[in-house]
Design a protein around this ligand. Structure first.
Ligand code: SF4
Length: 321
């Protein structure tokens, strides 16, 4: 490895050095290319959540976050982080840059079923500090076998409520990425999900921390309202290569798109308007309601993993009787 210093006055960590080496090898976009992505996004009416891995592990990411905040306004910028490198950047500086801090809190601090020891506890410590500085805070709770029982729900809610966390986002665990095989083996059924949601809702009626459901859970309550899957209408993913993806969840265990089916364009070199005029984009958008309510990531993963399966009613949660 060639050791190069790029950011004056900033102690470089191994992630910075790895990024520099990968950029020199042409394996990662340069800072200029990342800023070009910002140029190619719509100029207003958008919110960006920077997520990882951990978006703060490389200092260069902070420079991009800072620039996005300068252009859009900090209330339109959030990060989903473990708090990695918060001290290096300075929590006050970060609080001036972001409008919201999102973090995972999916097991009580003393449990260690699914996460490394201390993972959840340290996330909460950092989130509490952001809350004290007036930054909005959101705990993401992917519902899984390690946190579905009543006692765990009560402990998680109490921790978050005491820490003055504004909101809990209840989520599904997606059968993608490194955890795909584990999650396929340990599916959470509809009744369990409904019980978990009810548990949090009851607690939030008496507490300060409010509950929100992720789009992929909203159809549990059925109804004829608008399709809760907001893919291509209000949400997209952008991966580390600057590719515009149908969804931020559409990545495999190597951090690559699940398949070319999910790639809409390259924001390093194409404007959002140009991409949204492509036939593929228009075609998908026209077909969104063919499997109304089904999460298209699940439909794809359980429906044959081909383009057509994006539109099949094969999200197991909604195809179960
Ligand atoms: S594909 Fe799933 S996660 Fe993505 S917007 Fe639709 S329901 Fe939400």
């Amino acid at each position: 490895m060639i050791f190069r210093k790029r950011y004056p006055g900033i102690p470089h960590n191994i992630y910075d050095l790895a990024l520099i080496e990968r950029q020199l090898a042409g394996e990662e976009p340069s800072l200029q290319e990342k800023l070009a992505i910002l140029n190619n996004l719509p100029k207003s009416n958008i919110k960006i959540d920077f997520a990882g891995g951990d978006p703060l592990s490389c200092y260069e990411n902070f420079l991009v976050i800072q620039e996005a905040s300068r252009r859009l306004g900090k209330e339109y910028i959030s990060i989903t982080s473990t708090g990695h490198s918060v001290n290096r950047i300075g929590i006050g500086r970060l609080a001036e840059t972001i409008g919201e801090f999102e973090f995972t809190y999916d097991e009580p601090r003393e449990d260690k079923n699914c996460r490394p020891i201390g993972y959840n506890a340290s996330n909460l410590v950092i989130a509490k500090k952001f809350a004290e500085l007036g930054v909005k805070t959101k705990a993401q709770i992917p519902i899984h076998i390690g946190n579905k029982d009543v006692n765990t729900i009560e402990r998680l809610y109490e921790d978050l409520n005491i820490a003055n966390i504004d909101e809990i986002l209840l989520m599904r665990t997606f059968p993608v990425g490194r955890g795909e095989s584990f999650l396929r083996k340990n599916k959470i059924d509809k009744i369990t999900l409904l019980n978990v949601i009810d548990g949090y809702t009851q607690l939030s009626n008496a507490g300060k921390t409010k509950i929100r459901l992720q789009c992929a859970l909203k159809h549990l309550y059925g109804g004829n309202s608008k399709n809760p899957c907001d893919i291509l209408n209000t949400s997209f993913g952008i991966n580390y290569q600057g590719k515009l993806l149908l969804s931020a969840w559409a990545n495999n265990g190597n951090g690559q798109p699940l398949s070319d089916d999910f790639i809409l364009g390259d924001l390093k070199i194409e404007g959002f308007d140009f991409i949204s005029n492509k036939l593929k984009f228009k075609n998908i958008r026209q077909r969104l309601d063919e499997n109304k309510g089904h999460c298209k990531i699940f439909s794809y993963q359980y429906g044959g993993k081909n383009f057509e399966s994006l539109f099949t009613k094969t999200d197991p949660l909604y195809s179960m009787n």
